[in-house]
Design a protein around this ligand. Structure first.
Ligand code: CO
Length: 292
């Protein structure tokens, strides 16, 4: 991990979240917001570590939009904006929730839980202690944490490293170590506190390599390998790069070379809020906008 690149990625992520706060407004198109974020990141010579998620109400995560999605923000939407920026594989992951209705408590619960968790996120703290604190803060708002979504360690070109940072006391006594790169992401809900996988999203990842006969499909696969490595990407990005390539993209899916991510829905269709930042343990917070 290269600290200087992480710091730079963090500053760009801050700008993206600010853009989200400005642009996620009733009547605006979600796809326009995604495109603005994409061009902001590109302008700064960085890359997205995964397709930016705009997930609304009971959808907790993984909602990325395809060309066909004409989603327009409307009154009472509770909008999660979750994004990752990387420079040469040095990744920061962050999220905020924007409330277009009257769900202030839900927003505060996950934000305050993140702030309190950060105070504990120092070398020597057991992972379960962070989860316990998150749970405690969220329950203080008469809400529940989502127990089957976790924060995580981050490695180079790998968003989900070996460590899981729980949102409740899961008994994990693993201790944090100085210099570890971790994302903490409390989710709060007025539902059951569990999510399940819903419909397929526009997000894919390279699962395994396999020889291909079709030369166009091969070309797309080469591009994916080179550009995204094992990071998730949007089908929309591929269709922008290779116009009229839907058939060839589908070959890669059918051959199980690519795997799809389903979106994640709260089990009782409860509303879900989320705040997330990435830190170097014992050193610094990389994305500050998620705490505002
Ligand atoms: Co994350």
């Amino acid at each position: 991990m290269e600290t200087e690149k992480l710091v730079r990625a963090g500053k760009i992520a801050d700008e993206c979240l600010k853009l989200g706060r400005r642009e996620i407004r009733i009547g605006n198109k979600a796809l326009d917001v995604l495109r603005k974020i994409e061009s902001l990141v590109e302008k700064n010579n960085a890359k997205l570590a995964f397709p930016t998620n705009i997930s609304i109400n009971e959808v907790a995560a993984h909602e990325a939009l395809s060309f066909e999605d004409n989603l327009i923000f409307k009154k009472n939407d509770l909008v999660k904006l979750d994004l990752g920026v990387h420079i040469d594989g040095n990744i920061v992951d962050c999220a905020i929730t924007i409330d277009l209705g009257n769900n202030n408590d839900l927003v505060l619960a996950s934000k305050q839980a993140l702030k309190e968790a950060l105070k504990l996120a120092v070398p020597g703290t057991e992972l379960r202690e962070i989860g316990k604190k998150i749970n405690e803060v969220i329950e203080g708002y008469n809400l529940k944490p989502v127990r089957n979504l976790y924060g995580h360690s981050i490695e180079k070109y790998n968003i989900h490293g070996g460590l899981k940072v729980p949102n409740y006391d899961n008994g994990d006594k693993t201790k944090l170590e100085k210099g570890q790169l971790i994302a903490i992401e409390p989710f709060a809900t007025d539902g059951f506190g569990l999510i399940e996988e819903g419909k397929p999203s526009d997000v894919y990842t390279l699962k395994k390599l396999k020889p291909l006969r079709n030369s166009k499909a091969k070309e797309i696969l080469e591009f994916i390998k080179e550009e995204y490595k094992t990071l998730p990407f949007a089908k929309r990005w591929i269709l922008e790069r290779f116009p009229n390539s839907n058939t060839y993209f589908n070959i890669l899916v059918k051959e199980e070379i690519l795997a799809n991510y389903g979106n994640l829905i709260e089990k009782q269709k409860g509303l879900v809020s989320q705040h997330e930042t990435t830190i170097l343990v014992g050193e610094r917070i990389l994305v500050n906008e998620s705490l505002k």
